[in-house]
Write a protein of this length. Structure first.
Length: 206
């Protein structure tokens, strides 16, 4: 209070000492600046006050949130206890089920071993069949090779015999027959045409 009175006394002395308009204008400008400064400080104080209110409100909300979370945690703990008890019972049931599954697996393993033996026998049978087919194919290829060496018309020495042999071979190896083979047919035709030229038949077909 005393400091305020001293400030006012000093201010009154300054006013009384003003003797010119310039000094008066300077005083007005100084007072205006101080007024602006005070207004800014007032606004800053109000902002700080508002910020404190907001922080207080946030703290209250956090407190309420913490209380809610505490209640929820208590409920969750009770649920976990019940869940743990349920899991213990389920684990016992799983152990019993596992024992039954183990027995089934052992039986399945025995059956699998028997199946392996059956498959092994079947595989051996397939291999024997494959080998038989391989030998048959080899014989067939050898037969084709023989035909490919020009033996279809062996012993033919005139055009009449050539035509007759050609007709007989076409009947035997025609693709519509069981023993038919398109490759052999081509070989027969090639040899026939060559022999036709040799006998002066100009490649005429029978």
């Amino acid at each position: 209070m005393k400091a305020g009175q001293e400030i006012m006394s000093d201010f009154d002395k300054e006013i009384n000492d003003i003797t010119t308009n310039q000094e008066l204008d300077d005083m007005k400008r100084r007072l205006f600046k101080e007024k602006v400064s005070l207004s800014a400080e007032k606004n800053e104080l109000q902002a700080q006050k508002d910020e404190l209110k907001a922080q207080h409100k946030a703290l209250m909300q956090e407190r309420k949130q913490l209380e809610r979370e505490t209640r929820q945690l208590s409920i969750k703990m009770n649920e976990l206890k019940e869940s743990a008890e349920f899991e213990r019972r389920r684990l016992k049931e799983d152990e019993d089920l596992l024992a039954r599954k183990k027995s089934l697996i052992e039986n399945a393993y025995k059956n699998m071993e028997q199946d392996k033996k059956n498959i092994r026998r079947e595989y051996e049978h397939i291999e024997r069949t494959r080998e038989s087919l391989r030998r048959a194919e080899q014989i067939r290829n050898e037969r084709k090779e023989v035909y490919a060496t020009g033996l279809f018309f062996r012993g033919v020495n005139n055009p009449i015999a050539l035509k007759k042999r050609y007709k007989d071979l076409m009947k035997i190896y025609h693709p519509d027959n069981i023993s038919g083979d398109p490759e052999i047919i081509l070989k027969i035709k090639e040899e026939y045409e060559e022999l036709c030229l040799q006998f002066g038949m100009s490649g005429r077909r029978a």
